[in-house]
Design a protein around this ligand. Structure first.
Ligand SMILES: [Zn+2]
Length: 266
């Protein structure tokens, strides 16, 4: 939701409240624009996995394309729950930059109260790169990303050929120059259409295997706790590392570590 045009503050994307309800409407319009663009290019079936906050930010009856809606918390595959090899493509809609990016609206990497940054095979990654592990595991290409300029760049680093719909330019972490919502939706719609039209030549995420995730936390307690999970190695006071040949297994371990961090700071 942080990547939606106009969103610049936590209050706008965390309920309850009138402002949150308004911005949920803008998110809904952007999700629908992505579905409609894909449908124009021939896509016929859609699954929307709500991955933001409490993961129930949309109105199911207002979803375009008669999309199924996977919502609610506590999903083992978190932001990529529901994906399997039967899918043709993945869209990352309303994404945001990584915690360590220079300036990206509401930047964070999974848990802003715990994680300082994450590297995938040595390169800083946001949520898009981490989530791309699962797409790679199922051999489904990530073909569309929507959000700000930084998010588009960070996603392209791991998802070559991904079509970007840049709906805002971040000025700082709490300021952005956004397109008008109608313009943002038009851009997303045409990018989604282009992404599906180009499916025949779409590439899988470019992540060498075995892959390593390095997680640097804000303080050492988190790193200590992370080592309770099998396969997680502590490399210094605030940092842990995990490696796997299977990218889906690697993601599952990462998601487990994230869930554990929430027991300290939520
Ligand atoms: Zn996030």
């Amino acid at each position: 939701m942080e990547g939606t045009a106009g969103v610049v503050d936590w209050e706008q994307c965390r309920g309850p409240g009138a402002e949150y309800a308004y911005y949920c409407g803008l998110l809904q319009d952007e999700v629908n624009a992505a579905i409609e663009g894909a449908a124009e290019a021939g896509a016929a079936q859609f699954l929307v996995n709500d991955s933001h906050g409490q993961m129930r930010n949309l109105r199911p009856d207002a979803l375009a394309g008669r999309a199924r809606y996977l919502s609610g918390r506590h999903k083992p595959m978190y932001m990529v729950e529901g994906l399997d090899p039967s899918y043709d493509a993945v869209f990352f809609v309303s994404y945001h930059g990584s915690m360590s990016s220079a300036a990206s609206t509401l930047s964070h990497t999974y848990n802003p109260k715990a994680i300082a940054d994450v590297r995938l095979n040595g390169q800083v990654t946001g949520e898009a790169g981490i989530n791309a592990l699962v797409a790679l595991g199922h051999r489904v290409p990530v073909v569309l990303v929507t959000g700000d300029d930084t998010t588009a760049e960070e996603t392209a680093a791991f998802c070559p050929g991904v079509v970007p719909a840049v709906v805002k330019r971040s000025v700082t972490r709490f300021a952005a120059d956004s397109l008008h919502p109608a313009e943002a939706c038009a851009l997303i719609r045409s990018a989604a259409r282009q992404a599906i039209e180009g499916l025949a030549s779409a590439q899988l995420p470019a992540i060498a295997l075995p892959a390593t995730l390095e997680i640097r936390f804000l303080h050492g307690d988190f790193a200590d706790m992370a080592t309770w999970v099998h396969g997680v190695r502590r490399t210094d006071v605030k940092t842990v590392e995990l490696t796997a040949e299977d990218p889906i297994a690697l993601y599952r371990t990462f998601a487990t570590v994230v869930a554990l961090t929430r027991s300290i700071v939520e």
